[in-house]
Design a protein around this ligand. Structure first.
Ligand code: ATP
Ligand code: MG
Ligand code: FE
Length: 356
């Protein structure tokens, strides 16, 4: 079946067509993403009203392009899926209304998708990945360790008690005068930096619970930067490298505990897998750190390609396709939700027929 997906929860306007075959394998037929970085750059972050307007202006063209590139007219689409939350409410309304209208016009089912579920299931689109698996979701708004037991069954093992990791990257970049969005800028600057120059904190390290905390790290970066004013390029590079080293160390600590927890929960899983998803998963250094850790603990490591880590509609279309295999579609009066925890994204209709 072919699903048209729409994503407008933040500052990317995106449309995509994805195919899912009988065996559950996925294929991306088109994946169009229009980033609003230029619109928001002057403000150093996303301005909700600007985002909503930009989605309105771009979305119909993007949908047309996604259908065209997929060589699939609307009549040949089997379902339409859109992000219904969590995210900025103005953007969500734009995407949701468009998807409902298209579904209604084409007489096809509509699926309301949780954006985080899109991130969580992406690795099943790109790889042959059965349930259950362990997921580290690291994005602009979320930092969570999740046990993905099955479709619609997401158990949160840990979450951040303050800032999200992507947010910590963005705030660090802003403090250092680096461009928005901060993640890629910090990663680039860190390449020529000394990761040992600053001893930044590793919050919650060594604790048994699987939560994260990043606000202390951000404060430490602010203090280090304040002592060095005016900051030279090498100072910035060294702070970025030290920041990334602290993040990598923290993640390693939390994740290695989670791997152990997974083994306890599923001692019989032959090939235990850690998936990393969300925008921060695009970070090369963090990927390498996680990959090394997985190799050490006998886990398979999966990280989707960069373009599928940051926001996109292929992941929404794919989640729609996974839902479509189990239910008819969602009612057209479903409302957008600015807050929508992943563990509340359960599919009530899923029964014994769940495929691995
Ligand atoms: P959420 O998915 O939680 O709703 P979001 O959709 O805004 O939030 P994503 O688009 O998944 O988040 O990710 C964006 C975040 O990823 C930003 O904070 C950005 O700085 C970060 N990011 C992107 N590339 C990198 C990178 N190479 N290294 C570190 N962080 C990165
Ligand atoms: Mg974004
Ligand atoms: Fe996202």
């Amino acid at each position: 079946m072919r699903v048209l997906g729409i994503e407008t929860s933040c500052d990317e306007t995106a449309a995509a067509v994805v195919e899912r075959d009988e065996a559950g394998h996925g294929r991306i037929l088109s994946n169009v993403v229009l980033s609003q970085i230029a619109e928001h750059e002057p403000y150093g972050g996303v301005v909700p009203e600007i985002a909503a307007r930009a989605h309105v202006e771009a979305l119909d063209r993007l949908v047309a392009r996604a259908l065209e590139e997929a060589d699939t007219p609307l009549e040949r689409i089997d379902a339409v899926a859109a992000t219904a939350g969590p995210g900025l409410i103005g953007g969500l309304i734009v995407g949701l209304m468009t998807a409902k209208a298209l579904a209604l016009a084409a007489g096809k089912p509509f699926h309301a998708i949780n954006h985080l579920e899109g991130h969580a299931l992406t690795a099943r689109l790109t790889d042959n990945l059965p349930f259950p698996y362990l997921l580290l979701l690291v994005s602009g708004g979320h930092t969570q360790m999740i046990l993905v037991r099955g479709l619609g069954q997401y158990e949160r093992l840990g979450t951040t008690i303050d800032d999200a990791l992507g947010e910590a990257f963005d705030k660090t970049a802003k403090l250092l005068g680096l461009p928005y969005p901060g993640g890629p800028a910090v990663e680039k600057a860190a390449l020529s930096g000394d990761p040992t120059r600053f001893a930044l904190p590793r919050p919650l390290k060594g604790e048994a619970r699987l939560d994260f905390s990043f606000s202390g790290l951000k404060t430490a970066v602010r203090q280090a930067a304040a002592e060095l004013v005016p900051l030279g390029d090498q100072d910035v590079a060294d702070i970025c490298a030290s920041f990334q080293a602290a993040v990598a160390d923290t993640l390693t600590d939390r994740v290695s505990r989670s791997l152990a927890r997974f083994r306890e929960s599923f001692p019989d899983v032959a090939e235990p897998t850690l998936v990393v998803a969300g925008g921060v998963a695009a970070n090369r250094m963090l990927r390498i750190g996680l990959e090394t850790l997985c190799a050490k603990h006998g886990f398979r490591f999966l990280a989707p390609p960069h373009i599928l880590c940051t926001d996109n509609a292929a992941m929404i279309a794919w989640a729609g396709a996974e839902h479509a295999a189990f239910k008819q579609g969602d009612p057209l009066d479903i409302a957008p939700r600015s807050r929508w925890p992943l563990d509340q994204a359960a599919l009530p209709l899923i029964g014994a027929g769940r495929r691995g």
